[in-house]
Design a protein around this ligand. Structure first.
Ligand code: SF4
Ligand code: SF4
Length: 60
């Protein structure tokens, strides 16, 4: 399942965006938060979840 971002924890560092191999990227960084905008593009690699320094991402 695609990732879900905990907005209370997210700092907008963009590590998830940078690491995401999907095309288009699943995330969009806006207003210092990461938003899941291309859910269907997710290949469920888990890189965003393990790469988030705030543990703000969980795979649903
Ligand atoms: S890596 Fe984590 S803290 Fe950084 S923008 Fe993504 S969800 Fe937010
Ligand atoms: S699981 Fe992989 S493809 Fe899906 S959003 Fe995270 S980094 Fe991108």
């Amino acid at each position: 399942m695609p990732p879900k971002v905990d907005m209370a924890k997210c700092t907008g560092c963009a590590a998830c965006y940078d690491v995401c191999p999907a095309d288009p990227k699943v995330f969009e960084i806006k207003d210092k938060k990461s938003h899941v905008v291309h859910k269907d593009a997710c290949i469920e690699c888990g890189a965003c979840e393990s790469g988030c320094p705030e543990n703000a991402i969980v795979m649903e």
